[in-house]
Ligand binder design. Structure first.
Ligand SMILES: C[S@@+](CC[C@H](N)C(=O)[O-])C[C@H]1O[C@@H](n2cnc3c(N)ncnc32)[C@H](O)[C@@H]1O
Length: 205
């Protein structure tokens, strides 16, 4: 077992690696035993991009293929204003995820650790605002299962109200060109425990 330290928004994050965590089914060492460089690249991007930080504020973040370290989800909560993270991967990696959440001061509610194999649904469904993934797209054969899991996580909260879309349809019927410029899910001003999806439209004649 080894510990690294990486900085996200100037805060030192502890990364505990459990070398050689095995998959009991295959006997092979799981790739999630270590932190991969891509993880540092994505964490830096999230820290630097204003729009990413805006999306994370108050959000429930799910990290898919979090390995044993869960840096994206943990940094989202510890450094970037997310309310909680759900760290997911294969079962043998879960103790590592718990150890990393604890090492960075996340409570059990802020850092929820769950088994999630691609193709499966989460055991207890929950509303997720943002899914983060680093270094998980390398085998095209895995993609159908990953797509099924992502689709299962995609829930209504992300949809802009139907009535707004109907109104835009009427404007289109009246000759306006309507384009959605950006869609943002964020905590509500007067009810910050809940989020809603907002769209910015460009309306032109
Ligand atoms: C290269 S590692 C990346 C780990 C971590 N995200 C990082 O960047 O350091 C790929 C991760 O995807 C997970 N993974 C691969 N196939 C998976 C599957 N079918 N279901 C769940 N997790 C999977 C592995 O267990 C591993 O933790």
């Amino acid at each position: 077992m080894g510990a690294l330290h990486v900085a996200v928004t100037g805060r030192a994050m502890a990364v505990v690696e459990r070398d050689g965590t095995h998959d009991p089914a295959t006997g092979r060492v799981l790739t999630g035993s270590w932190l991969w460089d891509s993880s540092l690249v994505l964490a830096s991007h999230l820290a630097a991009a204003d729009s990413a930080r805006f999306r994370l504020r108050g959000a429930t973040v799910l990290e898919l293929g979090a390995g044993g370290t869960g840096l994206q989800g943990i940094a989202a909560v510890a450094c970037l204003g997310a309310a909680r993270c759900v760290l997911t991967d294969m079962r043998p990696l879960l103790p590592g995820l718990r150890a990393n959440a604890d090492a960075n001061g996340l409570t059990a509610a802020q850092g929820d650790v769950r088994e999630l194999r691609w193709g499966d649904k989460l055991e207890h469904q929950l509303r997720v605002d943002v899914v983060l993934m680093s270094d998980v797209v390398y085998d095209p054969l895995d993609m159908p299962a990953m797509a099924a899991t992502l689709r299962g996580l995609w829930r209504e909260g992300r949809e802009v109200r139907d009535s707004v879309q109907d109104c835009m349809g009427v404007l289109r019927e009246h000759g306006f060109e309507v384009a959605e410029v950006e869609r943002v899910t964020m905590p509500l001003l007067r009810d910050p425990d809940h989020t809603a999806a907002f769209a910015i439209y460009r309306v032109s004649l």
